[in-house]
Design a protein around this ligand. Structure first.
Ligand SMILES: Cc1cc2nc3c(=O)[nH]c(=O)nc-3n(C[C@H](O)[C@H](O)[C@H](O)COP(=O)(O)O)c2cc1C
Length: 181
């Protein structure tokens, strides 16, 4: 897909068909994360693709909030991708301390963006989810105690008639400047 078209086509999809994602496409998505840049090339992530239906449903349920009406769509997605934050090497930790910057979180965001853009390119649909019961998901996926989950992404095929929404974004002059703040 042409890049600008890709940027416009990637959107949060909250409805999925009951259709599995091909293994080859999952491998291409793993590569999209694998190829992402990161501070000191630390690659501080482990990507878990959950596609065993029963386990996937449990993880999907752990992203739902009845109180806020969030993420109930996740149960329809045939795959749930979980980006686990890994401890970066000491160079990055030192840099982060001095700079007071959470490099691994920045890295995870870039990796997630690459995942979602590549998925769109492959005709798939995604939604990043920052709301989830981290303790429950860690238990379900046997993620060691000290690890944190950065982000969860639903993945699958959108229905044919799922609308491509116009982007609701701040105007250029509001969110950007030339030369000075
Ligand atoms: C870090 C992050 C966390 C998000 N968490 C959720 C979430 O828990 N549930 C949800 O439905 N959407 C979630 N979103 C999707 C945003 O609401 C969405 O990206 C934003 O409204 C822009 O819409 P678009 O993705 O369709 O362009 C999240 C997005 C990001 C980047």
């Amino acid at each position: 897909m042409e890049f600008q078209q890709l940027l416009l086509s990637r959107q949060s999809v909250r409805k999925y068909l009951d259709q599995p994602v091909e293994a080859q496409k999952l491998e291409q998505l793993i590569d999209a994360v694998r190829l992402a840049p990161s501070a000191c090339n630390a690659q501080p992530w482990t990507l878990i693709l959950v596609d065993e239906p029963e386990l996937k449903n449990k993880v999907a349920r752990a992203t739902c909030s009845k109180a806020f009406g969030l993420n109930s769509f996740a149960i329809q997605a045939p795959v749930i991708a979980v980006l686990v934050l890994e401890q970066p090497p000491w160079t990055v930790r030192m840099g982060a301390l001095i700079q007071r910057r959470e490099f691994p979180l920045i890295d995870i965001g870039i990796a997630a963006a690459q995942f979602c853009l590549r998925a769109t390119d492959l005709g798939l649909a995604t939604c990043m989810m920052g709301w989830f019961d981290e303790k429950a998901v860690k238990k379900l996926l046997c993620i060691p105690g000290q690890r944190r989950i950065g982000l969860i992404i639903s993945l699958g095929y959108a229905p044919q008639d799922y609308p491509l929404r116009p982007k609701s974004r701040k105007e250029r002059h509001v969110m950007s400047r030339f030369n000075r703040y």
